[in-house]
Design a protein around this ligand. Structure first.
Ligand SMILES: O=C[C@H](O)COP(=O)(O)O
Length: 248
């Protein structure tokens, strides 16, 4: 069976109630390709509100969560809370969490394990910095980040989407070329075949993220190992509809 295209809109720390309502209205009008799975990554404070206004064809994700169900973790939210308000997804290991908030591979893995145990689906982000790319370390970095996730994911690969986001392409307007993205996605699949299983390598969906826009989405979507996008800036704009529909 083919891999279903999956497009995430990561709103990051943007929007207010009025704007998130408008974004949802735009998505409802669409029309959105019904063969594409759509997930919106919503600031924690608007999760319940957005979950209450989206049609059931649009999935809602938190942008982060903690690694245990409850307790003295001021400022954090748990997978149980995300599920409690009806959302089913969480984005973990985003490069902004890794770089700004100091999340290391081990912590990301613990979060992934707990989110999966709690019944959430996970968009797990990986990707190299510009310095690492220029030092020829792209594969070493994304393989290391993915290796840390293997025990956390276990047999739950069907509940995981990998998002390859080269850090140098995030919010910079510098998109990876389709060839650069395709090369990393294909290497990841080979690595997964050797280190997880051929079935995982063949079935896991790998999104590309980093300055995806309506103008470049079609060309990226045509690459055989790109199974969707994780979109930041453009997910706040009406062009997100065209990005969702990029395979049409
Ligand atoms: O999660 C999304 C990525 O960080 C990409 O952000 P961007 O589309 O604004 O470059």
């Amino acid at each position: 069976m083919g891999r279903k295209f999956v497009v995430g809109g990561n709103w990051k720390m943007n929007g207010d109630k009025k704007q998130v309502t408008e974004i949802v209205e735009t998505l409802k009008k669409g029309p959105l390709d019904s063969n594409v799975e759509v997930v919106v990554g919503v600031p924690a404070i608007y999760l319940e509100y957005v979950q209450s206004i989206v049609p059931n064809t649009i999935n809602v994700a938190a942008q982060n969560c903690w690694k245990s169900p409850k307790g003295a973790f001021t400022g954090e939210i748990s997978p149980a809370m995300i599920k409690d308000i009806g959302a089913n997804w969480v984005i973990l290991g985003h490069s902004e969490r890794r770089t700004i908030f100091g999340e290391k591979d081990d912590l990301v893995a613990e979060k992934v394990a707990h989110a999966l145990e709690s019944g959430l689906k996970v968009i797990a982000c990986i990707g190299e910095t510009l310095e690492e790319r220029e030092a020829g370390k792209t594969e070493e970095v994304v393989f290391r980040q993915t290796k840390a996730l293997l025990p956390a994911i276990g047999s739950n690969w069907d509940k995981v989407v990998l998002a390859y986001e080269p850090v140098w392409a995030i919010g910079t307007g510098k998109t990876a070329t389709p060839q650069q993205a395709q090369d990393v996605h294909a290497s990841l699949r080979n690595w997964l075949s050797a280190n997880a299983s051929a079935d995982v390598a063949n079935s896991v969906r790998i999104q590309y993220g980093g300055s995806v826009t309506a103008a470049n989405a079609k060309e990226l979507a045509a690459c055989p190992d790109i199974d969707g996008f994780l979109v930041g800036g453009a997910s706040l704009k009406p062009e997100f509809v065209d990005i969702v529909n990029a395979t049409q």
